[in-house]
Design a protein. Sequence first.
Length: 680
Amino acid sequence: MFTSRANFLRGSLRRSSPIVSHQQLRLISFTSSLQAKKQSSNSSKHKAKPKITLPPFTTISNLSNLLNVRYEQLTSRLTSMGFEENLTHNFILDQETSGLIADEYGFEVNYQDLENLGPDLKPTESKDIPEKLLKPRPPIVTIMGHVDHGKTTILDYLRKSSIVQGEHGGITQHIGAFSVKTPVSKKLITFLDTPGHAAFLKMRERGAVVTDIVILVVAADDSVMPQTKEAIKHIKKTGVQVIVAVNKCDKENANPDKVIRDLAENEIDVEDYGGEVQTVRVSGLTGLNMDKLEESIITLSEIMDLKASKDKKTPVEGWVIESKTQKGMGALATVLITQGTLTNGDVIVAGGTYCKVRSMKDEAGKIVKQAPPSTPVEIWGWKELPEAGELVLQAKDEKLAKQVVETRQLRASKEDQVKDIESLNQMRMEEKKDVERREKIEELKKYGLDSSDLEGEAAGSGGGSASDGSAGPVVVNYIIKSDVSGSAEAIVESLENLGNEEVKLNILYSGVGAPTESDLERAELANATILLFNVNMPKDIDNKAYQKQVSIQQHTVIYHLIEAVTEELSSKLAPTIELRTLSETEVKEIFEIRARRKKVIKIAGCRVINGVITRSSKIRVMRDGEEIYRGKLETLKHLKDDVVEVKKGRECGLSCEGFEDFKQGDIIECFEEKEIPRYL
């Protein structure tokens, strides 16, 4: 038994995380040395071991209580097993290590299972749905492409609405989901309009996850651009079917042939070059060939034979497309149903929250009583705001939904604990060493002994940039409030990588809805700026922000927000100092003049060889190309007269503040410093 445990431990070292491997290493020699002893004891009469249940992580002091062993005895035993001598009482042991220690004390160990913390929900396997329940469903189509290539204009034409006019800056700011009955075939298509701006990379990825067909929109007058290439990368990664819409073909400078050629070079297997990807030359503005694009979508969806179950016995599944809070309504979320039929009163779970559906609305704001597959609906009744991109699953009742949410929250908490165990242990060890070092310093000082070495160690162990004498980076704090969770998340992802070693951006909090008093208090304490995106400012909050001197910025276009933050961070960067030489004066001879009280003053006899030397200028003394002094002139004379300036070709005598070590051939430069702003 013990041999197999030791072998298991060695094997686990090759695949375990760095969090626990160092502890297991210390145990190998100990377990190996006791192997013979264990084998001998196993041959003796078997005795029932006391049972003990260990949590995933436990401190040394807690383990001593569980084992009913004195703390000092346990730490002594751990030291003999290879652990460091200065272990702290709150040093954290992982489950396997504490289990091996308990085994050595004669306990039979049971472990808490992280995977079975409670009930959870999982998607229904397609094989588990009877074939007779699977019926044809509308295709889910995602529009992708570069910003301003006309994606929303194409959708606008198809659904005969005015989305472009309603979007700030003419750019789609969050995912929109719409069911459209096409004007030609009269068949239903569900569109996801994903934003083209680079900030919404993750939201576009989510669009590709839930979509059946991607319409890759490329402007005929612009061809393949950075976001086009990103969209192609996601299409390839997910293996989703694609149709290319070459838009803006009505323009005079349109060159659709170049677009198709560029797409082929970027691994899109277009029909024009013998591939399988359909290309349609369209204009969302004039309606050119929009009927052909519609026909291509319907034809491809029929070939794909898309099916789902509408039966009420099939648990509902879907995806949160966007979420927001609305005054008087609370948390609202747009959900795209992919399986089953959602009705009022159903209970669904998304991430760490759940909802008993109180009402549903379609994209036109009309109340609906049920939502079959491929239908987007705005749902009211959420306990908390779900995050965009969360998988939605149906629970049989509210009791189960609460249990599932609790299970997920507990699992998330346990996973968070795992991430920080090693750093937490290291920090506690360093704290203990620091306390011991300071106690030793006090003891040495008490007896008048030299403690400089220990004080140097204490200063050096301060951590961060303080050890090298630098002040560390400037940290700029922000709080983000957005209209929907997807936009808030996209903004966080866009901003979190801004900055460098001199200036860092720190996002204290991001959320949905208008700023609150608690947001103001947090911003005031942390000297943070509140960024609002597509959110109206309540008047009372605006007044309180003014009183508290909290900066609040409102934005409706995301790249304007990013530019504003980048500009603020750049303003914190130390400027580049550009030195411009105004004049050069050569030292020809050194004179000594006796002043009052027999003080000797050295005067440099000079000739101005370039520019004009002035009394008020900043000067530096150069010798063999090296700067040996920087400061100001104390005196400047021409013959015996004090002068304000001396021009090129004339002679002068001068002295400097705090510097007299002139030598013949030194060059005295007058200069000015100009600050050049730096940018991220």
